[in-house]
Design a protein around this ligand. Structure first.
Ligand code: EPU
Length: 423
């Protein structure tokens, strides 16, 4: 197993390219199951979760061709089974995204129930209830969701909780259903909109994606398409916060500032100068220490829960006291214990973290517990005095393409080594 060693103290300064969004690439790979002709996906990030999704599709017999520019062509005409095994689903919950497309196109799906998760319970009841409302017969047997339907029928579905992947699963399923489906209280995340764009390019009839009401008029079949994945707003924001905590300057290219309004507002409140163009964002902290900012996570367009851990680091070293409220997941504070080991002052009260900013952190060995927690520990390492050794970094490879190379380009002192204590 690898670990990252970060030697803190360098002020980041430079420019990096932002990859395609993980959380759009995964549902879009699943959406290709709906198409009768090959679909080509461009700007796919090179991530472990993408490889897992490709393996999941490959095991169903689907043919995937990756060209030299990392565009992926998916051809489902060779599909042999409708099965998502536990051994893959347990490593990536987003595997549940194959359920809606498989059921809708082939009338059958056999998908392992996702197991536990480090950030909260994360049940899938909303996915299953929505599919049942569309006429699916669903039971759970020996840890597997067994779903069947002759042809799904359109339905009016109100999501009890705003859920990103449930919105995507139901929207994908509805594209081939008989009649019209209306999803109310739908997730408005840009990744949901990107999935809809790809489905529309495949011939689906969808309106309202990106708003809280999505209407899908079922069609008989979907065909081929070429789709380019939207830039990763969370990756973008993570590098901007990295710039902010080190007092530095970071320019993110090939991104979209319109997807990051609240994040940019918070960074300005923290004292950063932000400039933007059509596809770039530049943050300049001018050597200043960030000011503490209060954070309250909620579904898009509010502050993303996927940025909570990174802003926790900013507040940990900021001037002043702040409060971070996590309202999406019930257990997404695992990184706090690790930040305490680096000398931060944070108290937890239920879903709220009370942070007293300290002038500096000290390096220490820490352990990553989930994807965004590992990003937060890397950011903490960039400001900590001395070396921070971060183990269990397989989490970070699930969602950040070439993180150490990108940080090195910005001037960070970071290297990946074999973790001898873990072999
Ligand atoms: N929920 C239920 N029942 C359901 C589904 C969700 O109670 O059937 C609850 C969850 O437990 C949670 C809330 O609803 O408390 C919202 O969760 P959501 O379903 O929106 O999360 P998700 O779709 O499983 C996606 C992202 C996450 C991101 C969340 C919130 C993908 C593949 N994953 O997860 O990304 O944190 O939305 O924005 O899109 C990450 O990238 O690090 C990550 C965890």
């Amino acid at each position: 197993m690898d670990k990252l060693i970060v030697t803190g103290g360098n002020r980041l300064d430079g420019e990096i390219r932002i990859s395609g969004a993980k959380n759009a690439a995964l549902p879009i790979l699943a959406a290709t199951l709906l198409a009768q002709e090959p679909v080509t996906i461009c700007n796919v990030p090179h991530l472990h979760d993408v490889t897992t999704t490709m393996e999941l599709l490959g095991r169903m017999g689907i043919s995937l061709v990756v060209d030299e520019r990392l565009n992926i062509e998916v051809d489902t005409s060779t599909i042999k089974n409708f099965y998502a095994p536990y051994e893959l689903v347990k490593t990536m919950r987003a595997s549940i995204l194959v359920l809606g497309p498989l059921l809708s196109r082939f009338g059958e799906a056999h998908v392992s129930m996702p197991g536990g998760c480090a950030i909260g319970q994360r049940p899938v009841n909303i996915h299953l209830d929505g599919l049942k409302a569309m006429g699916a017969d669903i039971r759970v047997e020996n840890g597997y969701i067994i779903a069947r339907a002759e042809r799904l029928k359109g339905a009016k579905i109100f999501l009890e909780i705003v859920s990103v992947t449930a919105t995507e699963n139901l929207m994908m399923a509805a594209t081939l259903a008989r009649g019209t489906t209306v999803i109310e209280n739908a997730a408005r995340e840009p990744e949901v909109e990107d999935v809809a764009k790809c489905l529309i390019a495949m011939g689906a009839k969808i309106t309202g994606a990106g708003s809280s009401t999505i209407t899908i008029e079922g069609v008989e079949k979907l065909g081929g398409a070429v789709h380019r994945i939207v830039p990763d707003r969370i990756e973008t924001a993570t590098y901007l916060v990295a710039g902010a905590v080190t007092g530095g300057r970071v320019k993110a290219r090939d991104t979209d500032p319109k997807l990051l309004e609240v994040v940019l507002q918070k960074l300005e409140e923290a004292g950063a100068e932000i400039s933007t163009g059509e596809d770039w964002i530049e943050l300049d902290m001018g050597g200043r220490r960030p000011k503490a900012v209060n954070i309250h996570t909620a579904p898009y367009p509010a502050m993303p829960t996927d940025m909570q851990a990174q802003f926790m680091v900013l507040n940990a070293v900021a001037d002043g006291a702040s409060r971070v409220v996590e309202s999406v997941f019930e257990n997404r504070f695992m990184h706090v214990q690790e930040l305490l080991r680096l000398g931060s002052e944070i108290e937890l009260e239920g879903n709220t973290a009370l942070i007293n900013g300290v002038p500096g952190l000290q390096g220490a060995p820490v352990m990553a517990t989930d994807l965004r927690a590992s990003a937060c520990l890397v950011l903490a390492g960039l400001v900590a005095r001395g070396e921070t050794h971060i183990s269990r970094i397989y989490h970070i490879d699930r969602g950040y393409e070439c993180i150490e190379e990108k940080l090195q380009l910005l001037g960070a002192n970071i290297k990946r080594v074999l973790d001898r204590s873990a072999v």
